[in-house]
Ligand binder design. Structure first.
Ligand code: GDG
Length: 743
């Protein structure tokens, strides 16, 4: 520190002093010379006035002896070196012996220049003052020769004095500067440390450091750092839309974000009176992606599937959503009925969906469906290219409907950063091996930069599948696959929900919800109420749930009239035979079980086979005593997380399938094997007997998990990985360019 003060403060002072001395010295010399010459000229006048009378008389008398004596007496003065009295023609009348050889009457006779003149002699400088007495009888001229060597001596002395003075002043000044800087610095540092320790620095205007002007910059920088740290903590513990927005701004350099999915987040239908009605579909993918696109103000490209969808778009097939408070653009892609039948119902839902879920429904693979799948993927690739406003957008492709999209988009937008997230499980290699177009799917997927799954187990299954069917280089340690020189990262990103869920806003408190739901569905106030909410899908274990309740009531007749299950089943893919059969079977089983146990106005199962408004779904979560999520196989299952998020009263029991990805995180749920209905029945019984303290303990832990691992964290982690990949890619492009130039 001392060294830096010396360099920063003392050196400039010394340098400044040198400059002052360098400029001042010649000026001083001239000034002194002028002063001394002025003095000499005055003395010359004085001497001349006093000697004029006697000299004139002695010259007139031609008394040269007396004149010479007189002059010698005058030149006894140290400064007056010599005197010469000359005739106008240049002949000397009298010259003192001290007159220098170079000064003579003869030489001065011609002189018409100034009356004073400096002559530089080897013995030193002299000044000659000339006085003409032309009217005297006889006329004569007096030359007074002054010794100037004392001026040189005095100039030297003055110069030495100034150098010594400036030098000493510089040293004293530097010492003073160092001392006062040191003291000031010590005062600031002390105040700063005190304020930082006392946490007064950033926000207390009365803190000692607030009055120190230079510290305002330090305060600003510290405030920025604190904000960054807060964001980093947010990233780790409390992901928010702002944190996600920050990731897009900083790590992706505000890149354009495109989301592609089959299902659109808002569907426009026609109501009974022909009015336009907006529906939020029952979809886990939509639940997860909607908050992300809102936070990034991106463009969402999806199939326009609603009857009134075309009526609300502009000429670019765009509509701003959410309809009540638009935040992003939805770009609709239109499909023909044949395309929808082949690609969506056929290949995606009859082929891949059962292929990836161990629900023992046989997948159907038809060549015509595959062709539609290819066709529709190509159509969406065109939409992506059309919507891209830069050459390197970030494209988040959703789900098994678009396995071909990474390669097709890459061909059109080569510099795009592409992630494909697979929302459903990935089966083992043997199971996936039954797909006739497995290699095509895998090779197209590998054009993505990131392939995301919910769990590490799904990632391992995917790598095993690649290992079995594709020639590529797999690095299991870093979870990367290299194919034809392109690196693709395979990683688990456990999806989640927004925290707090926006649909929870405005929903009444738990007692009010309990009362409203029970009144609406004719369920008694004393009934221990279980809830099931899902798309009506064979993977969700709805019938198995009924069977578990049946076994429970068989085993415990005393529970009749005391327990009930409210099942919301939003119709889904109803055109497909497997789903029609499921709906029929579900209705029959509910009827059969209700017929077996119903008493008075109590029925064990209340089945609502209709889509519900999202706010109503959250009302149901708050009204339930337990939530039954016994999916036979599920990528994640967001209903489990929504139930937990809705229970800010820290009550309610979650029964969760071990075959749902959510069971890896929500370990405080009652975990069950959904194929073992007896075990599920036991879990319901356990839920009924569970103490309030245990319910609170489990629920508060699960709430913390969902809050911390919310959907912003899910997207944030993926986008941060994409940011790193982009950095690496631009670096290797720059290196490539550099090498090209060098060669
Ligand atoms: C896939 C994967 C993965 C249900 N009924 C209604 C309704 N819902 C909402 C729920 C929830 C969503 O639908 C269902 O989410 P899930 O995650 O349970 O299931 P999938 O739709 O199969 O989603 C799944 C998910 O993608 C995300 O990656 O977790 O494993 O299969 O949000 O609340 N919503 C409305 N009315 C209903 O009647 N409005």
């Amino acid at each position: 520190m001392l060294r830096s003060i010396l360099i920063r403060l003392v050196l400039p002072v010394v340098l400044a002093s040198c400059v002052v001395a360098f400029v001042a010295l010649p000026y001083m010399d001239n000034l002194l010379a002028d002063w001394f010459r002025g003095d000499i000229e005055m003395r010359a006048q004085l001497v001349m006035s006093s000697m004029r009378q006697p000299v004139s008389e002695l010259v007139a008398k031609n008394d040269l002896g007396q004149l010479s004596k007189y002059l010698s007496a005058i030149t006894a003065d140290k400064r007056l070196l010599a005197i010469a009295i000359c005739r106008p023609d240049g002949r000397p009348i009298v010259e003192t012996q001290t007159t220098p050889v170079a000064v003579s009457c003869n030489a001065e006779a011609e002189s018409t220049g100034p009356a004073e003149q400096v002559v530089h002699l080897p013995s030193g400088s002299v000044e000659i003052s000339r006085f003409d007495f032309d009217s005297a009888k006889p006329p004569y001229r007096v030359l007074l020769v002054h010794d100037l060597s004392f001026v040189d001596r005095r100039q030297r002395t003055a110069r030495d004095f100034i150098i010594a003075f400036v030098g000493i002043a510089a040293i004293l000044l530097a010492l003073f500067v160092v001392l006062s800087a040191w003291l000031q610095l010590r005062r600031w540092v002390k105040a700063l440390i005190g304020d930082i320790r006392g946490r007064r620095f950033l926000d207390d205007a009365k803190s000692p450091s607030a009055s120190m002007p230079i510290l305002s910059q330090v305060r600003e920088v510290l405030a920025e750092i604190e904000e960054e740290q807060r964001l980093e903590i947010d990233f780790r513990e409390n992901w928010t839309p702002q944190a996600l927005h920050q990731v897009v701004e900083t790590q992706l350099k505000a890149a354009q974000v495109l989301v592609v999915s089959n299902r659109e987040p808002y569907i426009h239908h026609r109501g009974e009176n022909g009015e336009i009605v907006v529906q939020v579909p029952a979809s886990g993918m939509v639940t997860a992606m909607e908050p992300i696109v809102r936070a990034c103000a991106g463009v969402w490209i999806a199939h326009g599937s609603g009857a009134a969808d075309r009526d609300v778009v502009d000429r670019y097939d765009h509509v701003r959503v959410p309809p009540d408070d638009p935040e992003y653009t939805l770009r609709r892609v239109w499909l023909t009925a044949d395309q929808e039948a082949g690609y969506y119902y056929g290949f995606a839902n009859e082929g891949i969906w059962p292929l990836c879920h161990l629900a023992y429904v046989r997948p159907e693979f038809r060549a015509s469906d595959w062709r539609s799948y290819e066709e529709v993927n190509a159509k969406f690739a065109e939409a992506c290219a059309a919507e891209a406003t830069t050459d390197s957008p970030v494209i988040l492709i959703q789900d098994f409907h678009f396995a071909l999209l990474p390669k097709l988009v890459r061909a059109k937008v080569p510099k795009a950063t592409i992630a494909l997230f697979w929302h459903i499980p990935w089966p083992n290699a043997e199971t996936f091996g039954v797909c006739p177009w497995k290699r095509e799917m895998l090779l197209h997927m590998l054009s993505a930069d990131i392939l995301g799954f919910h769990t590490r187990y799904h990632c391992q299954n995917f790598l095993d599948t690649l290992d079995r069917f594709v020639e590529c280089q797999i690095d299991r340690e870093h979870m990367t696959v290299t194919h034809q020189g392109r690196v693709c990262r395979i990683a688990p990103y456990p999806i989640s929900i927004e925290w707090p869920p926006r649909w929870l806003k405005g929903v009444a408190g738990v007692p009010a919800c309990r009362a409203a739901v029970r009144a609406r569905h004719g369920i008694g106030a004393h009934v221990f109420l279980g809830l099931g909410v899902e798309r009506w899908d064979f993977t969700k274990g709805i019938v198995e749930r009924f069977h578990a309740l049946e076994i429970l009531l068989e085993r415990n007749p005393r529970l009749r009239g005391k327990i009930g299950l409210l099942q919301i089943a939003a119709p889904s893919r109803s055109q497909l035979p497997a789903y029609q059969a499921l709906q029929k079977h579900t209705l029959e089983e509910a009827k059969r079980i209700n017929g077996r146990f119903a008493e008075m106005d109590w029925r064990p199962i209340v089945l609502v086979g209709e889509h519900q408004e999202p706010r109503l779904v959250f009302e149901l979560y708050r009204a339930a005593d337990f939530c039954l999520v016994n999916s036979l196989h599920d990528g994640m299952n967001l209903v489990a997380k929504e139930f937990v998020a809705a229970r800010d009263d820290e009550d309610g029991v979650l029964i969760l399938s071990t075959f749902a990805g959510a069971s890896r995180e929500l370990t405080e749920a009652l975990l069950v094997n959904p194929f073992d209905v007896s075990e599920t029945a036991d879990a319901i019984e356990t839920a009924m007997r569970m103490s309030r303290d245990e319910r609170r303990g489990r629920m508060s832990l699960m709430r913390r998990t969902v809050k911390e691992n919310n959907v912003y964290r899910w997207a944030g982690r993926m986008l941060m990985d994409m940011g790193r990949i982009r950095q690496r890619q631009s670096l290797s492009r720059a290196v490539g360019r550099g090498r090209g130039e060098g060669g």
